[in-house]
Design a protein around this ligand. Structure first.
Ligand code: XCC
Ligand code: SF4
Length: 679
């Protein structure tokens, strides 16, 4: 063979490298469907991860393409730097500047995604408050009344010298206006910042990172990272902090609150998870993305007798909805619609051959879905004006809140009509697990609050007496560069084994559901004795699913409630708590990480962080930020070490609070534990 031919052959072989299912995922259903895809000759993300390696300089965070004199690439050699770091781009930008600019541009991307989602919800909220749409109504009046004061909206009015309840329609209208104003107001600071513990707010103020409005902080990142503007990594990260806080305590928190008011605050409910929820004899509609605005309508449409009867008329037994990613989490939390899988399973849901329609809105949607859909009968439907696809088999049905139900019915009907068009033999994996989802700040208060002694009392009491060692937030995506779900599950199992209660959101939450960690029965199997006892007494799982990516704001508020309940310090950074994103991939994760860190939480990411090429900047994130905000970044790819870094931090905080001894005593009293009176 000529050299040329050899090269071509090698290239073809490289391009067609196939994933090893067992290395790709720990989930049986996923493994089975990867094989199925390969058998049918349909390529998936798992195969592509084999044939395309990540860029070695980008991974270090030190490639700058912010101007046309670049891209300037500043790799760090294996042996690091001896002496002074003289690496610089054409303009002289240092590795620290480049890595910091790239890092906060990721924050901007993430904060923009969450906050723009929040804005869309706020706009629908306004339409509902103005009664311009019959399809959306204020559903949760209690939540409206709870949120109003945080936006400076009065819930009482004085009439003839007497204080009376204000008209809910009026409250809703003002809440909508005030909320929308948070994106672009010209003066002041975000109103929700006052919801943080006082010492945290003061810290932000002292450091000059109080966000003014949501949009401005994101725009300012784009300005400051433009060629030749901010060239001090400390000052750059400060702006990253300001935008990240505007996400966590702004755009995301508003999204969560307004969604709860419009669609109902979630309360624990039973459901299932994994691809086995799809049904051979049903019309299967998969809903994927992040905004619950349309999916709420699709749920209602699919449950209507009109649509169910129509499905039956086409030979199906009914309509089965399933979720992927965070739109999936939203309809899981509020309606018990089961997730069909996580981020990495989106292509596989179509490869079952039983997906009549996949309806997508925004974020985390593979463009390759269109290529996969071409091989099957699946209708791939984009619904959002800002998220279309170039392939010609994609159908765009632009959703509008003014005729929401009509759009939803059109989509459901289209799926039903497609039921008879199934081509290849259907293969739906059997795997699915039972789960309890739907937790939130309110339901944790209900389950772990004190009847007489104030909110979150039982939780705090059990942390103080050591039955619960601490709290962990384990959240975030899947990443095809590591085994699907493996790190999530290993880390969480290790945490609960060590009596750390886990709050989860996003694809981490779906992973927990798939692997059976979201049931009260899990406690007896995987938890340490202390945590098991609490879970069994209260009847909750040791891992609480709090919803979607924007619902990480629920974790911030839950942490604030713990601070308020007393006995565990005065600020979030005093709590025996830690955060983690084991399999992160999205820019949103970086924004979330940054607002957790600067809210006082030690936050560990898995895989790698794109900062290793700039060791000074990395140290600033990993060490110096703790002195400013009480929280700091870390990165650990090994899941067991990862969990133990979190536990070590929790123990450090217990010691500082003087409650480390309580725990030792509880551990020594193992035999007597059974005799302890029930809480
Ligand atoms: Fe996307 Fe929110 Fe990540 Fe899952 S977890 S891959 S961001 S869907 Ni938020
Ligand atoms: Fe290179 Fe500086 Fe331009 Fe970046 S901004 S591409 S480092 S010259």
């Amino acid at each position: 063979m000529s050299e040329e031919k050899k090269a071509v052959a090698a290239k073809t072989e490289k391009a067609s490298k196939k994933a090893d299912p067992v290395k790709a995922s720990i989930d049986g259903a996923t493994q089975q469907m990867i094989l199925r895809a390969q058998e049918l000759g349909v390529e998936t993300v798992f195969d592509r991860a084999e044939s395309m390696k990540p860029c070695n300089i980008g991974i270090q965070g030190t490639c700058c393409k912010n101007c046309a004199m670049g891209p300037c690439r500043l790799p760090l050699g294996k042996s690091g730097i001896e002496g002074e770091d003289e690496r610089k781009g054409l303009c002289g930008a240092s590795a620290n500047t480049i890595a910091a600019r790239n890092f906060i541009r990721m924050v901007a991307g993430g904060a923009a995604a969450h906050s723009d989602h929040g804005r869309s919800v706020a706009e629908v909220f306004m339409a509902a408050a103005r009664k311009e749409t019959g399809d959306y109504k204020i559903k949760d009046l209690d939540k409206l009344l709870a949120v109003a004061p945080h936006l400076g909206v009065a819930t009482k009015v004085t009439v003839d010298g007497k204080e009376v309840d204000r008209d809910p329609d009026e409250i809703a209208l003002e809440v909508g206006e005030k909320a929308l104003n948070e994106w672009g107001k010209s003066e002041g600071e975000l109103m929700y910042l006052q919801r943080a513990p006082k010492p945290l707010y003061e810290k932000w103020k002292k450091n000059g990172v109080l966000p003014r409005n949501i949009d401005r902080e994101i725009v300012e990142i784009m300005h400051r990272t433009h060629m030749g503007v901010d060239q001090d990594y400390r000052n750059l990260i400060k702006q990253g902090t300001r935008a990240a806080i505007a996400d966590g305590w702004g755009g995301s928190m508003l999204a969560t609150d307004l969604q709860d008011i419009l669609f109902g605050t979630p309360y624990p409910l039973q459901s299932e998870a994994n691809m086995g929820i799809m049904k051979q004899d049903h019309v299967n509609i998969i809903i994927h993305g992040h905004e619950p605005i349309l999916s709420e309508m699709i749920v209602a449409a699919a449950q209507s007798t009109e649509m169910v009867d129509y499905a039956k008329s086409k030979g199906a037994k009914g309509i089965q909805l399933g979720g992927i990613c965070c739109t999936g989490n939203e309809i899981l939390q509020r309606h018990g619609v089961p997730p069909a899988g996580t981020f990495l399973q989106q292509e596989l849901a179509i490869i079952t051959g039983a997906c009549e329609a996949m309806v997508v809105d925004i974020q985390c949607i593979f463009q390759n879905l269109a290529n996969v859909a071409k091989c099957f009968h699946t209708k791939l439907i984009t619904t959002h004006p800002i998220a279309k696809m170039e392939q010609d088999n994609v159908i765009h049905i632009e959703f509008d809140e003014h005729h929401a139900m009509e759009d939803a019915k059109r989509i459901v009907r289209m799926a039903i009509d497609n039921f008879q068009n199934r081509k290849v033999e259907v293969m739906i994996p059997r795997q699915k697990s039972t789960q309890i989802a739907g937790f939130g700040v309110e339901s944790i208060r209900y389950h772990l609050g004190g009847t007489f002694r104030g909110d979150y009392y039982t939780l705090n009491d059990n942390i103080i007496n050591g039955r619960i060692r601490g709290i962990a937030g384990v959240v975030g995506c899947n990443n095809a560069r590591t085994t699907h779900n493996s790190d999530h599950i290993t880390i969480i199992k290790e945490l609960i084994k060590n009596d750390v209660i886990v709050l989860t959101t996003g694809c981490a939450g779906i992973a927990c559901g798939m692997h059976g960690l979201l049931t009260p029965e899990t406690a007896a199997v995987y938890c340490g004795a202390g945590l098991a006892e609490v879970c069994e007494t209260v009847g909750i799982p040791p891992v609480l699913h709090l919803g979607s990516c924007v619902d990480n704001s629920r974790i911030l508020l839950a942490a604030t409630e713990v601070v308020k309940a007393g006995g565990l310090g005065k600020d979030i950074c005093d709590l025996p708590a830690a955060g983690s994103a084991p399999e992160w991939m999205s820019e949103k994760a970086i924004s979330i990480g940054q607002y957790f860190v600067t809210s006082g939480v030690y936050t560990v990411f898995g895989l790698h962080l794109p900062v290793t090429g700039a060791p000074v900047f990395q140290d600033y994130l990993f060490k110096d930020l703790e002195k400013i905000y009480g929280g700091m970044w870390d990165c650990e790819a090994d899941p067991i070490k990862h969990a133990h870094k979190m536990i070590a931090h929790i123990d450090k905080k217990r010691k500082a609070l003087g409650i480390d001894k309580a725990r030792e005593r509880v551990l020594m009293d193992m035999a007597d534990r059974q005799k302890l009176e029930a809480m």
